[in-house]
Design a binder for this molecule. Structure first.
Ligand SMILES: NC(=O)c1ccc[n+]([C@@H]2O[C@H](COP(=O)([O-])OP(=O)(O)OC[C@H]3O[C@@H](n4cnc5c(N)ncnc54)[C@H](O)[C@@H]3O)[C@@H](O)[C@H]2O)c1
Length: 358
């Protein structure tokens, strides 16, 4: 029988880390220790969350002190996902990694292949799939109610919401980009509903209005005391994707754009019906549309407030899946397709033309 996984450590003790602690504990795992290159951040987090095994500057010292650790969560700025995931896998650890998977397709492919080679689990935190309304719609899609999904629209738009103004969030070298790669969740959700088709080509455009205006900063992430450099990522990205299956997707991602208020939704049109799922002001709802006997059948559903958008359920699922108690919420090959789409969107915007995904 396979060994039960219950000892985990966190790599990165910033804003997102508390969701990982809650999720792991919900699933019955113990958070043994912390790795953070900033020892003060690690120690403060460990004290607040009663994590007793200490704070370490790197994975080598963590493993030397705690050989019992079986899995890690990588919760650092995006640039460090690739090196830390690779090292963790090579050290024989299962890995749960924050989104985005990495900065490029090439890195994501290498991470995925390494996980397969060393026989360790690799899941990415695409937490919006764990929302109750997302799970509900997915079930209705799998039951065949919506038929074949032809087209989808994925939107996460903010009026003012640049995270961590002047910090790693707004540095291309550290984050890989702006709202397209950061707010990738609705694109992932649409792809998951569509059974994760292979993207074929993308036409996209980025905009950088307001990206250097602190009045457009959001509440997420700590603004830099000393800016990392100038803010060199997009403030908005809009695009169109055709998949090899003939399905299509339009997406709208922004941190700063002139809309009435923040909006987060996916809409789907299928051969048998339609669906819409929306999260506004922490209120989640969804609708299903069908035509029967010449009559429009619309159903609407409300869900108890899902304050953390699945951020606790996703790490809990990682542990449950490792222990054979649930299906994994995400698969590495999906992360590769997602990054193919994102890479192509940035290339399309840079080259000013539609581009093939590769
Ligand atoms: N799933 C979601 O809803 C969601 C929301 C926000 C952020 N995120 C993602 O979570 C990750 C972390 O974001 P955050 O807001 O917690 O960041 P943060 O800046 O608050 O914290 C990052 C922590 O990582 C530490 N760190 C940096 N480099 C390190 C290294 N090489 N080794 C060890 N520790 C290192 C820092 O000292 C800091 O304590 C990012 O990838 C971000 O995109 C996900």
């Amino acid at each position: 029988m396979q060994e039960k996984v219950q000892n985990v450590a966190l790599v990165g003790a910033g804003t997102m880390a508390e969701y990982h602690v809650r999720g792991f504990r919900t699933a019955g795992a113990e958070v043994i220790a912390i790795v953070d290159q900033n020892p003060e951040a690690g120690r403060a987090f460990a004290a607040k969350w009663n994590i007793k095994g200490g704070t370490y500057p790197d994975l080598a010292s963590l493993q030397a002190a705690h050989p019992e650790v079986q899995a890690v969560s990588v919760i650092t700025p995006n640039k460090f996902h690739y090196p830390l995931v690779m090292e963790s896998l090579q050290r024989g650890l299962h890995v749960f990694c924050e989104k985005p998977p990495a900065l490029s397709v090439a890195e994501t492919v290498e991470m995925t292949e390494t996980a397969r080679k060393v026989g360790k689990a690799l899941q990415f935190d695409l937490n919006n799939r764990a929302r109750l309304d997302s799970q509900f719609i997915k079930k209705r899609i799998v039951s065949g109610e919506i038929g074949r999904i032809n087209s989808a629209q994925a939107t996460w738009m903010r009026r003012t919401g640049i995270p961590g103004f002047g910090s790693w969030f707004t540095s291309k070298a550290m984050a890989g980009g702006g709202p397209l790669i950061d707010l990738l969740h609705m694109i992932d959700l649409a792809l998951w509903f569509m059974d994760y088709p292979e993207p074929e080509f993308v036409l996209a455009q980025t905009f950088d209005d307001f990206i250097n205006d602190p009045d457009f900063s959001g509440s997420w992430g700590k603004a830099a005391k000393k800016p990392v450099g100038h803010n060199d990522v997009e403030s908005a990205c809009h695009g169109f994707v055709r998949f090899k299956t003939g399905q299509v997707l339009t997406f709208h991602n922004s941190w700063a754009e002139m809309i009435k208020a923040e909006d987060t939704y996916v809409t789907l049109q299928g051969s048998g019906g339609g669906a819409h799922i929306r999260s506004v002001n922490e209120q989640n709802s969804c609708e299903l549309y069908a035509e029967k006997d010449g009559v429009s059948h619309d159903q609407s559903f409300r869900f108890q407030n899902d304050l953390d958008m699945g951020r606790t359920r996703a790490p809990a699922n990682f542990i449950a899946a490792l222990n054979g108690d649930a299906e994994p919420l995400t698969r590495p090959d999906e992360a590769v397709k997602l990054m193919r789409l994102i890479d192509a969107a940035y290339r399309s915007a840079a080259e000013g033309r539609p581009v093939s995904c590769r």
